[in-house]
Design a protein around this ligand. Structure first.
Ligand SMILES: Cc1ncc(COP(=O)(O)O)c(C=O)c1O
Length: 382
């Protein structure tokens, strides 16, 4: 008989931002006011129409298990969203409702890749991509992306990564807020197709764009797995609901995996999500606030010495190169929190190699908080 902890569990790295969160909680417990530029979630609740739909569902429905692939009305509503937003005709049968995009990744990786498969993504990038892959016995491959590449994977980067079963692209990206153009997405999709690499497009920040709308991989290919969520644009983070669009041959495998691993996705959240699509006015007001916050930080942070910033065209993050200020972003963030009362995320979470010289500021909070963050950082005597 053996006992102990599996290697995969032992090796999963922590999310370092959670240490910042713990420190902010301690400061707030002492009554100190912290400005939160570390959190990657909207400060707003679910839109009113979604809340009303949830209340109505509680009165009417028993909230039992539902179909593993999702309630048909929600799958149809999501397919309609692709017609409305992107002008794409999408078969609702290819839409899979998931427990947040996080479960989407899990199902996509399990359905598309065998153990040992190599799957690439750009660094800096969202840490769980790499960590979920590793926990499943897959091999994450970093494509080190540069500032001039706007931290996005390129055709050249893919070529130098060797043989790949998969490529993850996030546009807009976390932590940089940069996007790939339609031409770049088409080139990436064509390269993947030529090399027999499955393209996985994380479109969780679609809708949160400030200059032009983001291109969906579905506009340029039918082979990709597209992952999306109600957590960001739709402001429903804790409802744990998202969706995938998969090629027809993956529908049944994903259905079987979901039936066995999760049974179904939270039913109440599905009823609420259907209604969220009709809350455009409220949700677009959030986007206007994020744009104002971005502009405010782009103007204000350089006055505080943060003058090497990546200009985000989407999401709610600003990636700052702080090489002239520190060589230890974790310690720098700790000190900034302690001395200026502003919480940010050290870059090491997103880029193990270069992140000790970068920070991520989230501007998902209120505009008043962003103004206060700038005021505090300008007067911070480092
Ligand atoms: C790029 C990216 N993908 C996926 C997720 C996971 O989101 P959820 O599981 O809430 O849909 C996040 C959360 O911050 C993210 O930033």
């Amino acid at each position: 008989m053996t006992s102990g902890i599996s290697r995969r569990a032992e090796n999963v790295p922590p999310f370092i931002v959670m240490d910042v969160v713990r420190a902010t909680n301690e400061m707030e417990a002492r009554g100190e006011k912290v400005i939160h530029c570390e959190v990657g979630q909207p400060g707003t609740p679910a839109p009113r129409g979604a809340l009303e739909a949830a209340h109505a569902a509680l009165e009417r429905d028993r909230i039992g298990y539902v179909e593993a692939l999702g309630i048909p009305a929600l799958r149809e509503r999501i397919a309609r969203h692709y017609a409305d937003r992107y002008g794409i005709r999408l078969d609702p049968q290819r839409v899979v409702v998931t427990t947040g995009s996080s479960a989407g990744f899990l199902m996509a990786f399990l359905a598309a890749f065998d153990a040992g498969a190599r799957v690439a993504m750009a660094t800096p990038g969202y840490p769980p991509y790499r960590n979920i892959l590793a926990a499943l016995g897959l091999l994450p491959v970093d494509i080190v992306a540069t500032e001039t590449e706007r931290y996005q994977p390129t055709v050249g980067g893919i070529a130098s990564a060797g043989s790949l079963s998969g490529l993850i692209v996030a546009s807009p990206s976390n932590p940089t807020g940069t996007m790939v153009s339609r031409e770049e997405m088409a080139d990436l999709a064509a390269t993947c197709r030529r090399r027999g690499t499955r393209l996985i497009s994380d479109e969780i920040y679609h809708g949160l764009t400030f200059e032009s709308r983001a291109t969906s991989a579905l506009e340029v290919t039918d082979d990709a797995i597209v992952i999306n969520s109600f957590s960001k644009y739709f402001s429903m983070t804790g409802w744990r609901i998202g969706w995938m669009v998969v090629p027809p041959d993956l529908v049944r495998p994903v259905e079987r995996l979901t039936q066995n691993l999760l049974i179904s996705t939270p039913t109440l959240s599905q009823f609420a999500a259907i209604a969220a699509f009709d809350c455009t006015e409220e949700l677009e007001a959030h986007v206007r606030r994020y744009r104002a916050n971005r502009d405010l930080l782009l103007e204000g942070l350089p006055k505080a010495g943060f003058d090497h910033l990546t200009r985000p065209t989407g999401a709610f993050y600003l990636y700052a190169d702080v090489a002239h200020l520190t060589n230890d972003s974790v310690e720098f963030c700790r000190r900034m929190l302690r001395e200026a009362g502003v919480a940010a995320t050290p870059g090491v979470d997103f880029d193990p190699q270069r992140g000790h010289r970068t920070l991520r500021f989230s501007f998902a909070g209120s505009t008043a908080d962003m103004e206060e963050a700038v005021r505090r950082l300008v007067s911070w005597k480092r």
